[in-house]
Design a binder for this molecule. Sequence first.
Ligand code: 5GP
Length: 116
Amino acid sequence: MYDENNIFAKILRKEIPCDKVHEDEFSLFFNDINPQAKIHVLAIPKFPCTTFSDFLKNVDNENIASFFNSVQFVINKLGVESKGYRLITNSGENGGQEVPHFHIHILAGEKIGRLR
Ligand code: 5GP
């Protein structure tokens, strides 16, 4: 069940501020408050979904495509496609997810280390 009081829901409702990178009809992109790389942007859809799987199951294909096209738009805007980047989405307890609103981490700007 989606928690309307999670921090990203509050950011979407503009109850707390964020350092915005891009916004469109269906998505919001902002800098992570605790960056793990020179560039660390969070991508969130404007839908109440907790995880990647929840997003895929409960949002229609047109809006799913729109969100992922926006991720690519921001990758272009950041100018990181040629040197590379890493996309991560943590899901649930075993995935180490802290904020229960589906999000993608865009990490770039330097070589990102191996997780294992
Ligand atoms: P997760 O562990 O859920 O995949 O990632 C949550 C991310 O949200 C973390 O990287 C954390 O630093 C970031 N974060 C948590 N609270 C805030 C906040 O209030 N503002 C911003 N910009 N990022 C946050």
